[in-house]
Design a protein around this ligand. Structure first.
Ligand code: NAP
Length: 488
């Protein structure tokens, strides 16, 4: 059974009413209250959802500097409770309280990392009479999820109820997959800015994006491997596609620092330390080249491009593909038809440019690479037999297509553009691979210069559709892009 608990940590208890929509249980973080109301017992007994009462000291991540004695006095003042009220108490108090243990969660938090004695901590808490053991540790790397999943498996095997969480962005898999692996509950915040622990996603996202209520042992798991990944819209695309295609699947952001270790310890079926139904991965910066050495087989096109953005896990083998190239060229061919001898300017010489130049070469276009650092970009130009020029002072007059494959126009560079309208005057079409925002500064400059303009969303959808087909073996219906438009 999947339970989502929404923690409410506010100056008063009113936010608890909003939490009802997404929560199976609500955690009232009493340590956050400006004042503990005198009628606390009345309020809690009448609440429309089961409650977890928590009075957390600052050293365990709480918002109050309270001594052990103050906590003890507080709990002894809370009246005998209704069936639906749980207490979450820290492990150091268990010998001094005499509550109804059948509704007590005994908890331990470590905000610095995964303690070496994680199993001893579990054993100590499991010896208490509390109904549920809770252990939350900080994941500084996705590999830190491994001991947390092990703990879930151990507790399940021993018939002990447990909440085990790896906090931080790298720990999101434990939050989403935990309930399907036996966790008593998972926490989801009320709003984007009201998380009570690092890496906590909203309860709404747990339910409407990751569809946590339908995840079970059979669910096929896919994910995006990169650093960073939390900003990505790929989970919106693929999770919506799983629903629209009627497939029991979930797609997660996987924040990975060391791709080789991740593939060895969590991905490759022959070496991984986690038993999970992982079936497909998208690979993004900075790992598109590094992962190639982890694979059993690489599609010839991806080999030629020199980058893999898609991995299929088939029985005990890992197969690598590149869907960026086909995703890139599809919207161009749709708009312009054949590109033979078209004059194309490619700005940027990173991973996306690599796949795009390969695809353009295959269409017999004539490509010129423009880079801020010609020396650095030259190897890519030489690999594909194209010329390379400096971006500064470039003029794009006479080019049929000008492509931006730099991050200028998004994220921290949202107000920047790799080319001015003066530079673009006389060009045919400007294709910005950036999809967020949909209307970049470059595209505005392009329109002002009288050029046609194409954004990166169509490429994103086209490459994602191919990934989805590789993982599921299903030709995806037109619903894929419709869903995408409505979720972005
Ligand atoms: P990447 O491998 O990091 O390459 C970025 C390229 O941009 C490098 O050549 C870099 O030059 C250059 N660059 C960075 N800052 C620059 C600046 N201030 N001025 C001039 N050049 C600069 O990144 P990528 O994976 O190729 O991605 C590039 C862009 O394409 C990103 O915005 C990404 O979101 C977008 N993209 C979109 C899709 C899609 O589906 N629509 C797919 C993939 C990528 P140096 O080598 O000198 O740093």
């Amino acid at each position: 059974m999947t339970r989502v608990c929404v923690p409410v940590c506010d100056k008063d208890l009113s936010a608890g009413e909003r939490a009802v929509e997404w929560a199976d249980l609500i955690e009232l973080r009493l340590d956050c209250l400006e004042e503990i109301p005198e009628n606390l017992n009345d309020i809690t007994q009448k609440h429309p959802r089961p409650l977890i009462l928590t009075f957390r000291p600052s050293e365990e991540g709480g918002h109050r500097n309270i001594t052990r004695e103050q906590r003890q006095t507080f709990w002894n003042s809370v009246a005998p409770r209704a069936e639906s009220i749980w207490w979450d108490v820290e492990g150091d108090l268990t010998n001094d309280l005499a509550p109804d243990w059948s509704r007590v969660i005994v908890s331990h938090h470590d905000f610095s990392g995964v303690p070496a004695d994680l199993n001893s901590i579990y054993e100590r808490l499991a010896q208490t009479p509390a109904a549920v053991v809770k252990i939350a540790v900080q994941a500084n790397d996705i590999l830190d999820c491994l001991p947390v999943f092990e703990l879930l498996d151990r507790a399940r095997g021993e018939g002990r109820e447990i909440i085990a969480i790896a906090m931080g962005n790298a720990g999101i898999t434990t939050r989403v997959l935990g309930p399907s692996r036996g966790a008593f509950l998972t926490y989801g915040s009320l709003d984007d800015d009201s998380a009570t622990a690092p890496g906590q996603v909203t309860a709404r996202k747990l339910r409407s994006l990751y569809h946590i209520d339908t995840i079970d042992d059979e669910t096929m798991i896919c994910g995006l491997v990169g650093l960073p990944v939390m900003h990505s819209v790929s989970p919106h695309i693929h999770n919506a596609a799983f629903v629209s295609e009627g497939i029991n699947g979930v797609y997660l952001p996987l924040e990975v620092h060391d791709a080789l270790e991740f593939f060895k310890r969590m991905v490759h079926p022959r070496t991984r330390e986690l038993s999970w139904n992982l079936r497909g991965l998208s690979i993004t910066a900075p790992h598109k080249q590094a992962v190639m050495e982890c694979l059993d087989s690489i599609d010839p096109d991806a080999k030629e491009i020199g980058a893999v953005n898609t991995v299929v896990i088939e029985e005990d083998r890992l197969l690598g593909y590149n869907t960026d190239a086909a995703g890139f060229i599809e919207p161009v061919l749709k708009r312009f038809g054949p590109l033979r001898d078209a004059k194309v300017a490619m700005i940027g010489a990173g991973g996306a440019a690599r796949a795009a130049v390969w695809a353009l070469n295959r269409e017999s276009a004539t490509v010129t690479l423009f880079a801020r650092n010609v020396t650095k970009a030259q190897p890519l130009a030489s690999l594909f037999g194209i010329s390379c020029k400096s971006l500064s002072e470039a003029s794009f007059d006479g080019f049929d297509l000008v492509i931006n494959a730099t991050p200028l126009g998004s994220g921290a560079y949202v107000d920047q553009s790799p080319a001015t309208r003066e530079q673009l005057r006389g060009a045919g079409c400007v294709y910005d691979l950036i999809y967020n925002p949909r209307e970049t500064r470059l595209l505005r400059e392009a329109r002002d210069a009288g050029c046609d303009a194409l954004g990166g969303l169509e490429m994103l959808v086209a490459q994602a559709r191919r990934q989805f087909e590789l993982w599921t073996g299903k030709k995806v219906s037109h619903g894929f892009s419709q869903v995408t438009d409505s979720t972005l």
